[in-house]
Design a protein around this ligand. Sequence first.
Ligand code: RIB
Ligand code: CA
Length: 318
Amino acid sequence: MRDKMSDRRKIIIDTDPGQDDAAAIFLAFGSPQEVDLLGITTVAGNVPLSLTSRNALILCELCNRPDVKVFAGCDRPLSRPLVTAEHVHGKTGLDGPTLAEPTLKLQPQHSVDFIIETLRNEPSGTVTLCTLGPLTNIATAFTRAPDIISRVREIVSMGGGFSEGGNITPAAEFNIYVDPEAAKIVFGAGVPMVLMPLDVTHQLLTRKDRVARMRAIGTAPAIAMVEMLEFFERFDIEKYGSDGGPLHDPTVVAYLVKPSLFDGRLCNVEIETASELTAGMTVIDWWHVTDRKRNVKVMRSVDADGFFDLLIERFARI
Ligand code: RIB
Ligand code: CA
């Protein structure tokens, strides 16, 4: 039974695949009644842009979705050198399964131009931006075309951390750390925003029983996903000694499909850009100790079993 809150959302997925990005994209593919995927825009992040773009095409091909348009975007942060995460995702960004090179092709249009054009052409207030990587594309679009900002329905973003701290530095989560200046622009733009920080995603571990249920689906996408996750989780198991790795990015799509899985509160969130020690930190005023604008709905709790039940049920539909 669908949540009364959920309705069919027009979405753009902005992403840096990334095994967990793949899980988010698969969830979107398995939820056509809830999301209308207008396009996938890629950004440099986990691995360089050429690979995140290649990977997005591979995922579409793996799930037999040649209809989905993929647009390559910004190949570096607004003003900092690119930091990547091959130590987590492997050299290709989708290490784990053996994946053929894609035969699908990228769209000729740049991601930023696609985002601007889509927001100008779709009725105002109908398009949701789902961000799974650094916010460079979104910030560039907002800077180049400020008129689109008020036309965005909502931004649902994986990034940041509160009591969980950071995962790339003690203070910062990777997506925000890679391009703090872009995050500052997006968090400060005034668009209704929902944030899935590490405080939520670290509750969503790819435990063996959950991965076994995914494997039992038996389809090519499901088996490939299992092999991706079994590669992806090794880093976090070594680092945190956890039973599996945290599945970050599918929280963004799960929120649109079943919002009742999550709970949080509207807070002020500011992004640190000046200090090198804490660059990329999301300063979350959870206890409302300041009078700064409450600009972001920050999620902090999630029904982990319900999340994986949804994921596995929707993966089986691909
Ligand atoms: O910190 C986790 C985030 O960084 C996820 O989006 C992961 O894919 C990486 O991009
Ligand atoms: Ca990502």
